[in-house]
Write a protein that binds this ligand. Sequence first.
Ligand SMILES: Cc1cc2nc3c(=O)[nH]c(=O)nc-3n(C[C@H](O)[C@H](O)[C@H](O)COP(=O)(O)O)c2cc1C
Length: 184
Amino acid sequence: MELMEAIRTRRSIRRFSDRPVEEEKLQALLEAVRQSPSWANMQCWRFVVVKDRQTREKISELSYVESFFAPRGYKSNPARKGLAEAPVVIVACADPGKSGMIGGQSYYLTDMGIAGQTLMLGARGLGLGTVFVGVFDEEKLRPLLGIPDDIRVVGIFPLGYPLEEKEGGPPRKPLTEIVTFEKW
Ligand SMILES: Cc1cc2nc3c(=O)[nH]c(=O)nc-3n(C[C@H](O)[C@H](O)[C@H](O)COP(=O)(O)O)c2cc1C
C-alpha cells in the first residue's frame, strides 16, 4: 500500500478475527518499528510481544481503569475486547533515562509516539489492524510481564486481522483551525 494511502485510511481497529498473524509479517512490522527516529538515536524503547491467550486476557482486563472511564460514562475501555481477541499484543515500554531531557522535560513520550505511529502505519501497510491503547493499569501490568520498576509502559497495541473495515473515522479539525502560516 502506498504511504499516503496508508496514512489516509488507517483507523483504530478494536475487533479482530482469530486468523493468526504470520511470523514474517510480525517480524517485518517489528523491523519497521526499529527504524523509527528517536532522540539522539537513543532508542529508549523496549517491546514485549505477547501471544499467550491467558496473558492477553489479563492485559485486556487491565485496560479498564475505573477511575478514568467511569466518570466519563464508559463501561469499559473501548479496546478491551480487542486486546483479548487479537492473536498478538505488543506492549510498548520506554526507559525514560535513555531519552533526551531538556529543561526538565523528558522526550521519551515523543520517541514512543513516533514508534507507535510507525507500528500503526506499518500494520496498515501489511493489511493488519491495531489501535494505540494508552489507558491501562501500569502498576499491575508491570508484575504480569516482569517489567522493571524504572521502565514506563507507554502503550499497548493489539495486532491482528481486522474484523471491521472502517470507511471513515472520527472527524478531524479543519486545516484552517490547526494551521497558520508565518505566524501563530
Ligand atoms: C495516545 C493515545 C492513546 C489512546 N488510548 C486509547 C485507549 O485506551 N482505548 C481506545 O479504545 N482507543 C485509544 N486511542 C485511540 C483513539 O481514540 C483514536 O486514535 C482516535 O479516536 C482517532 O480515531 P482513528 O485512530 O480511528 O483515526 C488512543 C490513541 C492515542 C494516540
